[in-house]
Write a protein that binds this ligand. Structure first.
Ligand code: MTE
Ligand code: MO
Length: 300
């Protein structure tokens, strides 16, 4: 089953589609605090065929709960997500602890159907609900000297069975250049298919940067720091030769150990064909200008 953008609406899985549509009607937009709006430019949601809820929530990477694809679903429920605060720090006018509910009261939640491409060369299409990161950064007030945004995941040894193992240098950290962070495609996701985002997908809020490899999209964020220097990132610290700071999806720059030219769409079935990976994961029209003049094989 092709999951590639074709420019037109295609048949979706009937069960998922009818459930999803009825949920949309049930929630009635405002009642659920959900504004269903369209996306800027060519990033319109139509035409992308979302994966099923079951696929999106049972095949995950969240190493704090184990390195197996099924570990996050099995073990992430141990994470306490209420109450939750996000600390906004560094070069901001209004630093401090922001309660998740207070953030949500101020944000506009939209539906964003995005391609999701893991560096391991599998992919999905996810109907996220979330708000633009730029709006959250505006809430804290970004100061003029800031150039980068650093993110940190919760570190809870009592709740995260995987952090007992030194697979990564915990807590999981990530970073973006400020212009990447402020781009309208960059969101903090708080839901999937109109439901609260499940713990295995990064509850209660996780970054989603659709033109970058999945590991940039850090889960269960507790701290956001504005800085003037490029922040360290977990996978770069683990193996700088294989994982760069930028990690833009690029079919022309292979991982040292495998090709990035094609990908395996999850849910396509055993005989599913691999599909061509698109430059910037299909978002080149929106984001290529951010990297004008940069050698993308050097800044990988
Ligand atoms: N804190 C944290 N965030 C994380 C990860 C992780 O192990 N820990 N894995 C990353 C990787 S490699 C991918 S592909 C995506 C997977 O997101 P998903 O499980 O919602 O598909 O989350 C990213 N964010
Ligand atoms: Mo990944």
């Amino acid at each position: 089953m092709a999951r590639r953008w074709t420019g037109s609406l295609k048949d979706r899985d009937v069960t998922d589609e009818s459930l999803w549509l009825s949920r949309r009607q049930l929630m009635g937009g405002a009642a659920a605090g959900l504004a269903l709006t369209t996306l800027p430019g060519g990033a319109r949601a139509q035409g992308l065929e979302p994966n099923r809820w079951e696929e999106i929530t049972s095949y995950n990477n969240y190493y704090e709960f184990g390195t197996g694809k099924e570990d996050p679903k099995a073990y992430a429920d141990a994470l306490t997500t209420k109450p939750w605060t996000v600390t906004m720090a560094g070069m901001v006018d209004r630093p401090g602890d922001y309660a998740f509910e207070d953030i949500m009261a101020k944000m506009t939640v939209e539906e964003r159907i995005y391609r999701f491409r893991c560096v391991e060369a599998w992919s999905m299409v996810v109907p996220w609900n979330g708000f633009e990161l730029a709006d959250l950064l505006d809430l804290a007030g970004v100061q003029s000297g800031a150039k980068y945004v650093a993110f940190e995941t919760a570190y809870r040894p009592d709740e995260m069975r995987g952090v007992a193992y030194p697979v990564l240098d915990w807590p999981y950290v990530e970073g973006l250049r400020l212009d990447e962070a402020m781009h309208p495609l960059t969101i903090m996701a708080t839901g999937i298919y109109g439901r609260d985002i499940p713990n295995q997908n990064g509850a209660p809020l996780r970054l989603v940067v659709p033109w970058k490899y999945g590991f940039k999209s850090i889960k269960s964020v507790v701290r956001i720091t504005l800085t003037d220097t490029e922040p360290p990132t977990s996978w770069n610290k683990a193996n700088a030769r294989e994982y760069g700071f930028y990690s833009n999806v690029n079919p022309e720059v292979d991982h040292p150990r495998w090709s990035q030219a094609t990908e395996r769409p999850i849910g396509g079935g055993f005989f599913a064909k691999r599909e061509s990976t698109l430059m910037f994961n299909g978002y080149a029209d929106e984001v290529a200008s951010l990297y004008a003049g940069m050698d993308l094989s050097k800044f990988f």
